[in-house]
Each structure stands twice: as C-alpha cells, then as structure tokens.
Design a protein around this ligand. Structure first.
Ligand code: HPA
Ligand code: MG
Length: 219
C-alpha cells in the first residue's frame, strides 16, 4: 500500500492522555498513553474492508494470524460481509486460522514458530489468500510466513495489517493493506499483547515501564 493511503500516528500529538478515555482500572498504571482509540480503529477497518473488496476478483480465503490478529480479523470480516451486501460486487469468503509466535517480553526472539499442518493447507492451492495480522514490526515473522505459504501454491497472497511500526529494525517489508503507521514503541490492546496480557483492552495503547515490569516473564 502506498504510504499516502495509511494513517500516520507517529507524531507525539497522537498520544491521548489516559484522562480522555475510559480504560480498565486494572491497567491504569500499565499504559502511558492511548495511541488509537477503539472508535477510530473501527472506522478505519470499515475503509480497509472496502478497499479489499474493491480489489478482490474472486473467492477469498481470509487467514487470521493468531492470537494478536483475532480482533482485527473478526471486525474486518464483519465489515467485508457488510460490503458484500451493499456494494455492487460480492466476494465469497472462507475463514482459516494459523498461530504464529516470536515474542518474549517486548523482544523479537528471531525464531518464528508457525502452527500449520501441511494437510490443512493443501486446499489453498490456486486460492486467493488474504493474511490478516495485527502488526508488522521487524517484518521477519511475515516474511517467514509468506515464504512458508508459497509451498502451498496459492493463486495470490495479500496481507492486511492493522499496524505497521516505523522502526529502524524493519526489514523493509510493507503489507498490501495498512491501517496505521505507528511509532517505534511497544503497543498493547485490541488483542495485541505483552506476554498474554492487555488483550482485554479496547484501545491501542503504549505500554508504560510499570506495565513492562509488572507483566514481565522473569527467568
Ligand atoms: N505490541 C504487541 N505485539 C507486538 C508488537 C507490539 O508493539 N510488536 C510485535 N509484536
Ligand atoms: Mg501478531
């Protein structure tokens, strides 16, 4: 996607104070600011769904990257279904789930584990896949996943990521659809986690030092 088409929230002015929105009281000390309020996420997904449907020529296999992608996936699929009833074109959908893991605390471990049995993926041959991911950070997970998917000979693979982190650690990978470009900070909420916490927070927030410490995995 052309950078002019995504929403850039990297500037400091996009950080809302915790006083301006409601967040669960158990996370009050664990996030330092709100980066993307839930309502804006939902409005943006409505637009991404429209772009995806306009670009789709045939049936789509929409593939959710678990766990972080589940909320974006659910809301995106809902919006695509709405487009199917109001726009001229209609896209038959099938839904798939894969699990990918690469983070320990806020650090990418460099090893990516993908849970896919080859049998489950055989029927992706000649299909149009849309991979739905919560965030592209270094890009390493997605590049490895795309490489693996080629084994199943899909007709096409496109990637929709809600977030794209602007980080010097990026390998340059840019997805086909991006919701927001975000600053180089660790974000949580809207199913994005830190060691499995914060998935139960609706807004996308920047984690605080207190939060990193409180939910760190200590070895
Ligand atoms: N937050 C949550 N999960 C992530 C992030 C992040 O900033 N980067 C990569 N995975
Ligand atoms: Mg993810």
């Amino acid at each position: 996607m052309d950078p002019s088409k995504w929403i850039d929230v990297t500037s400091e002015s996009f950080k809302y104070s915790l006083d301006h929105f409601v967040i669960p009281s158990h996370y009050q000390k664990d996030v330092s600011s709100i980066l993307i309020p839930h309502g804006i996420i939902m409005d943006r997904i409505e637009k991404l769904a429209k772009l995806i449907v306009e670009d789709s020529k045939g049936p789509l296999v929409i593939c959710c990257v678990l766990k972080g992608g589940h909320q974006f996936f659910a809301d995106l699929v809902n919006e695509i279904k709405k487009c199917n009833t109001v726009l001229g074109q209609s896209v038959p959908l099938s839904l798939e789930f894969i699990k990918v893991r690469s983070y320990h605390n806020d650090v990418s471990t460099g090893t990516v584990t993908i849970s896919l049995t080859d049998e489950e993926c055989q029927d992706w041959k000649n299909k149009n896949l849309l991979i739905v991911e919560d965030i592209i950070d270094t890009g390493n997970t997605m590049v490895k996943l795309l490489h693996k998917l080629q084994e199943f000979q899909p007709a096409s693979v496109r990637v929709a990521s809600l977030l794209l982190k602007k980080t010097p650690k990026s390998n340059g990978y840019v997805p086909n659809y991006v919701g927001f470009a975000i600053p180089d900070e660790f974000v949580v909420g809207y199913a994005l986690d830190y060691n499995e916490y914060f998935r139960d927070l609706d807004h996308i927030c920047i984690i605080s030092e207190h939060g990193k410490e409180a939910y760190a995995i200590k070895n």
